[in-house]
Write a protein that binds this ligand. Structure first.
Ligand code: 3PG
Ligand code: MG
Length: 397
């Protein structure tokens, strides 16, 4: 494995896998540029060291080939502005145009390739596809931490075509260092705050966190699956009935291991999924039919605040409520400010996952926490102790 700081990039073409899977609004404007900002130092390092850069990424989950709303061309203006250069674009990530444009790149220039997932071969980890991408460059750099948990052509398979010239970029390096501050060097008490809409996809992580942390705080839509598992009435709240047993098991495991598993005692409920819906506070176990929980309530907000501010290490993934709607944002705001307060008092705080990062940015607290991860699923899997294909492709098993 080579090192970005010591490698000689002179006249080298470097293909960099970035994670530019950023949210866009209906006018295709970037609504959260965290992942682009994070990759800028890596790109500039190559540009300023005599190399040229070929950027590749996915955007969204296109199902059937090219689709305008998933085109990476929407990122060109912002990227050009941030890099202070005219970013070139190939509207197909492989094929003649990409080959010609890559070939004629001059030192200091940047070429962005169209969405890799316009080819099914990307997510399938197809070797032939990975080889075509590899042929565009002399060096492979993986800086896509957010996608490091995927064994895709561009995140893992491609590395084998660069046995001598593969390395991490700065995003990857920083993520691994900072996440290790939670899992290897985390000072107790350690608190994990988990939210977001669904339990599915998070239950394994919850189970694994029980082995590592002192407190688990549950918020967001997923809290109602736990509340239903405890026998509560959740009205029309989001519930994953098929996960009720699993939720019960997780709570039993937590109790056996003396991990405090905090389910909100109150909620903000509404009569429809709308900021202008009728809404009020309610015991989280007594939600009437026709009403749904859209945020944690004030009593839970206060309880969470006390736990967070008494913690030395904090991990946050997933909002506490529908924070995009003003009337259901309070729980997420309280958690975010409590994390900032704890950090000010010396705690180490790590925030990851698209929605919690968007929340931290929205409340302008990104500089008040210790580290904002560009990974959601990747961060959680790494914390679980899983090997990430994007990491092993570079450093080996
Ligand atoms: C993400 O945002 O989760 C990463 O970019 C990976 O995307 P994926 O979950 O669609 O693989
Ligand atoms: Mg994902």
């Amino acid at each position: 494995m080579k090192n970005i700081d010591t490698f000689d990039f002179t006249n080298k073409k470097v293909i960099v896998r970035v994670d530019f899977n950023v949210p866009l609004n209906e006018d295709f404007e970037i609504t959260d540029d965290t992942r682009i900002r994070a990759a800028i130092p890596t790109i500039k390092k190559i540009m300023n060291s005599g190399g040229s850069v070929i950027l590749m990424s996915h955007l969204g989950r296109p199902k059937n080939g090219p689709e305008n709303k998933f085109s990476l061309k929407h990122l060109i203006p912002e990227l050009s502005k941030k890099l202070n250069t005219n970013v070139l674009f190939a509207d197909d990530c492989i094929g003649n145009q990409a080959i010609e444009k890559a070939k004629s790149l001059k030192p200091g220039q940047v070429l962005l390739l169209e969405n890799l997932r316009f080819y099914k071969e990307e997510t399938k980890g197809d070797e032939g596809f990975a080889h075509k991408l590899a042929q565009l460059a002399d060096v492979y750099m993986n800086d896509a931490f957010g996608t490091a948990h995927r064994a895709h052509a561009s995140t893992a398979i491609i590395a084998k075509y660069f046995p001598e010239n593969k390395m991490f970029g700065y995003v990857m390096n920083n993520e691994l260092i900072n996440i290790n501050k939670v899992i290897r060097e985390g000072r107790k008490p350690i608190t994990a705050i988990l939210g977001g809409a669904k339990v599915s996809g998070k239950i394994e992580i919850i189970n694994n966190l029980i082995d590592k942390v002192d407190n688990i705080l549950i918020g967001g839509g997923m809290m109602f699956t736990f509340i239903k598992a405890l026998g509560g009435d959740v009205g029309n709240s989001l519930v994953e009935d098929d996960l009720i047993e699993t939720a019960k098991e997780a709570m039993i495991k937590a109790e056996e291991q003396n991990v405090c598993f905090h389910i909100p005692t109150d909620a903000v409920i509404a009569d429809k999924f709308d900021n202008n819906a009728n809404h009020r506070f309610c015991n989280s176990h007594e939600i009437p039919d026709g009403w749904m929980g859209l945020d944690i309530g004030p009593e839970s907000g206060q309880a969470f605040k006390d736990i967070i501010e008494g913690s030395e290490t904090i991990l946050w993934n997933g909002p506490m409520g529908v924070f995009e709607m003003e009337n259901f944002a309070q729980g997420t705001i309280e958690v975010a400010y409590s994390i900032a307060e704890a950090t000010k008092n010396g705690a180490f705080s790590l925030i990851g996952g698209g929605d919690s990062v968007a929340a931290i940015n929205k409340f302008n607290l990104q500089n008040e926490v210790s580290y904002v991860s560009t990974g959601g699923g990747a961060m959680l899997e790494f914390i679980e102790g899983k090997t990430l294909p994007g990491v092993t492709a570079i450093i080996g098993e």
